[in-house]
Design a protein around this ligand. Structure first.
Ligand SMILES: Cc1cc2nc3c(=O)[nH]c(=O)nc-3n(C[C@H](O)[C@H](O)[C@H](O)COP(=O)(O)O)c2cc1C
Length: 208
């Protein structure tokens, strides 16, 4: 059993089936390195995207998944906790147990739509609904191109409710040399939003 007091404030990270699984996996690693506890939710489609885009093969069983993510990120026992799609007893399913911040990264347009309309049909959608109703921090990292009017309207709706829409759109002004540089560009932006210190890349105006 983990001593939760060893960790910084928990953060919920949900990976859904948009392209860009690497962003979500790197975010988990960075939160672990910053000593935060991470509550992880991975959709069925996200598992398919992870298998397509990366060399990772992640199990769907939450206990096994927690173990595999813990090993790959070097987390302490209990630092990463994974929950199943319909585990309504998970802390993230209720305002009394959910962390004060949630990031959906990457966020599919399907999950974007479900969150904007309050569908709550799975634990990711329910956790986001809880974040909105409790006025907690909710960051969505959508990836699609081009966006339809439906996508744009859902993003506007969520922004007006206080969520942050942080598209997976890396900049080039820092002259990225590798794929990792481009991934870190987005992850750095997410960590900035969360107020978590990092050394992934300098902030604008800082010396390189
Ligand atoms: C390899 C792959 C890449 C995909 N890329 C995207 C994408 O970039 N954006 C998106 O919104 N959906 C994308 N999809 C489709 C979603 O996975 C699909 O709509 C799914 O129902 C989303 O479910 P979820 O929101 O529960 O994860 C992709 C699917 C696959 C298999």
């Amino acid at each position: 059993m983990a001593d939760e007091a060893m960790f910084e404030a928990p953060v919920t990270v949900a990976l859904t089936g948009a392209s860009g699984a690497q962003y979500g996996l790197r975010l988990i690693d960075c939160l672990v390195a910053a000593r935060h506890q991470v509550l992880v939710l991975i959709s069925k489609a996200a598992h398919m995207v992870i298998a397509t885009e990366t060399d990772e093969s992640l199990p769907s069983n939450p206990e096994r998944l927690s173990e595999v993510l813990r090993e790959r990120s070097g987390a302490a026992p209990g630092q990463i906790r994974c929950f199943a799609r319909e585990d309504w007893m998970a802390p993230v399913a209720s305002g009394s147990g959910a962390p004060s911040a949630m990031v959906i990264c990457p966020c599919s347009t399907g999950t974007l739509s479900a969150v904007a309309t309050g569908a709550s049909n799975n634990l990711i959608e329910r956790a986001a609904d809880v974040a909105l109703k409790e006025r907690r921090q909710l960051i969505l990292v959508p990836r699609e191109t081009p966006f339809s009017a439906i996508h744009l309207e859902h993003m506007l709706t969520l922004t007006r409710m206080g969520a942050v829409i942080l598209p997976a759109a890396p900049g080039f002004y820092h002259r990225p040399q590798t794929l990792d540089d481009m991934i870190d560009f987005i992850v750095a932006r997410i960590l900035n939003q969360l107020g978590i210190a990092h050394a992934l890349m300098p902030r604008w105006g800082e010396a390189t």
